[in-house]
Design a protein around this ligand. Structure first.
Ligand code: NDP
Length: 447
């Protein structure tokens, strides 16, 4: 069977076997439609049905999470963990707490995570999990009770050699703390390496908090360097104002970029003089407030509820909020306004139509799998430190992150050229990630 037809058939099977999971279908299509030249060069992958096996998670868990709110009322949330692939190492991937979470979101994230983790070159498999619990507006005590109930079920499926979760949307150091506390209590083991994203005060790694945002900017730096350019003096916009966005803004500013806009799910802040990052950190990290409050402090900044961030002219745009936040029309606006580099801090933030616009325009476009891999890579560094009961300095850990991101960029760049599409980081990232996983799957047999 010709490889294009084989891939079409596999995609049809994925859609049939996973009905209603649109984001998962999208993520699978984006990867496998780039793999025909790989199957042509390495027919053993088709012979051993590697793609078909990769598309089927090794294990999927769905569980009830009952908890009491502050009024004493019982609430019932739903928990998920999809352990997708473990040929390269223990399952690894974050937990997302957001009302939009359902199986299709967890599976899209877990699927992408397989290839992202492979790209880092570290010994980690792919997984993702979370809950439809919404931490917004909940007290610390409610978040703690929820996390304890969530971990009461999940703990039996985890372990430093089995499955190592971390944070994602709605899950930061506070939630990781409560989750680790309950894991320790249930198992009677201080198993630091079972969760990453811990506070450096009790087993976490320096730079993990900053890693995804910093890493995304390092990826931009490399893409621009390959074109003889740099970040210095460039105008930038960053969507979101959470963990990834904040540290992407920080690194852009350190490298001379002028960040003029950021957002949250309610609206957009535009501050032509440059975003005051200390204020964003205080509003979002300390006081857990909305980005709208930024404009109350800086009267020369504008806030537009439901505003369109991607209409703001810029040289560099970093989507760092959520999936499918940048559609075809927004991509066209960015290109028309002269944007020359996009890197995805978020997972799958650009719709397929948007990706086509970027690729046709020839601008530098770094897909999330490659561009935001610095977070999970630094989680793997946290696991290394835990295993050796060591704690590295900020400078040493940041240098490791920087080297990993340069390596990912180089590998993607070279693979894209080797497979006849120079500068196509989507193709490069998919091929490098897929081949590392596929070769390990062949070596480990049909399992
Ligand atoms: P946070 O929860 O810290 O921040 C998320 C940000 O995105 C908030 O500003 C939030 O606004 C906004 N947002 C979330 N959902 C939506 C939505 N549906 N529409 C519009 N805006 C939304 O999460 P992170 O910064 O950790 O994660 C952001 C992205 O980065 C996600 O795609 C995640 O998967 C990805 N990522 C994260 C990594 C990490 O290390 N944390 C690693 C790799 C990727 P609001 O507060 O209004 O909800």
């Amino acid at each position: 069977m010709p490889n294009a037809a084989r891939i079409e058939r596999i995609y049809g099977q994925v859609v049939r076997r996973n009905p209603g999971e649109a984001e998962f279908h999208q993520a699978v299509k984006e990867v496998i439609e780039t793999l025909a030249p790989v199957l042509a060069k390495y027919p053993e992958y088709a012979e051993h049905k590697v793609i078909e096996r990769i598309c089927e998670p090794e294990r999927q868990l769905i569980f009830r999470v009952p908890w009491h709110d502050d009024r004493g009322e019982v609430q019932i949330s739903r928990g998920f963990r999809v352990q997708f692939n473990s040929v390269l190492g223990p399952y690894k991937g974050g937990l997302r707490f957001h009302p939009s979470v359902y199986l299709g979101i967890v599976k899209f994230l877990g699927f992408e995570q397989i290839f992202k983790n492979a790209l880092t070159g570290m010994p980690i498999g792919g997984a993702k999990g979370g809950s439809d619990f919404d931490p917004k507006g909940r007290s610390d005590a409610e978040v703690m009770r929820f996390c304890q109930s969530f971990m009461t079920e999940l703990h039996r499926h985890l372990g430093e050699f089995t499955d190592v979760p971390a944070g994602d949307i709605g899950v930061g150091a506070r939630e990781i703390g409560y989750l680790f506390g309950q894991y320790k209590r249930m198992t009677n083991r201080y198993e630091s390496g079972v969760l990453t994203g811990k506070s450096p005060q009790w087993g976490g790694s320096l730079v993990r908090r900053e890693a995804t945002g910093y890493g995304t900017v390092y990826f931009v730096e490399e893409m621009l360097r390959a074109r003889g350019e740099s970040i210095d003096g460039k105008t930038c916009v960053v969507s979101g104002s959470g963990n990834v966005a904040i540290y992407a803004i920080e690194k852009l500013q350190q490298l001379g970029g002028r960040v003029v806009a950021c957002s949250d799910s309610n609206g957009v802040i535009h501050h032509a003089r440059g975003i005051d990052l200390a204020l964003v950190k205080r509003l979002k990290e300390v006081e857990r407030r909305r980005i709208a409050d930024y404009a109350d402090v800086h009267r020369d900044a504008s806030y537009v509820a439901g505003g369109r961030l991607w209409d703001i002219p810029c040289d560099i745009a970093l989507p760092c909020a959520t999936q499918n936040e940048l559609d075809e029309a927004a991509a066209r606006r960015l290109v028309e306004n002269g944007c020359t580099a996009i890197a995805e801090g978020a997972n799958m933030p650009t719709t397929p139509g948007g990706v086509r616009v970027f690729q046709q325009s020839g601008i530098a476009y770094g897909p999330g799998k490659a561009a935001n891999a610095g977070g999970v890579a630094t989680s793997a560094l946290e696991m290394q430190q835990n295993a050796s009961r060591d704690a590295w300095s900020f400078g040493h850990t940041e240098q490791r992150l920087h080297d990993i991101m340069s390596g990912i960029h180089r590998n993607c760049h070279e693979a894209a050229a080797e497979f006849g599409s120079p500068g196509n980081y989507v193709l490069g990232a998919n091929i490098v990630g897929f081949r590392r996983v596929a070769d390990a799957m062949l070596a480990l047999g049909v399992i």
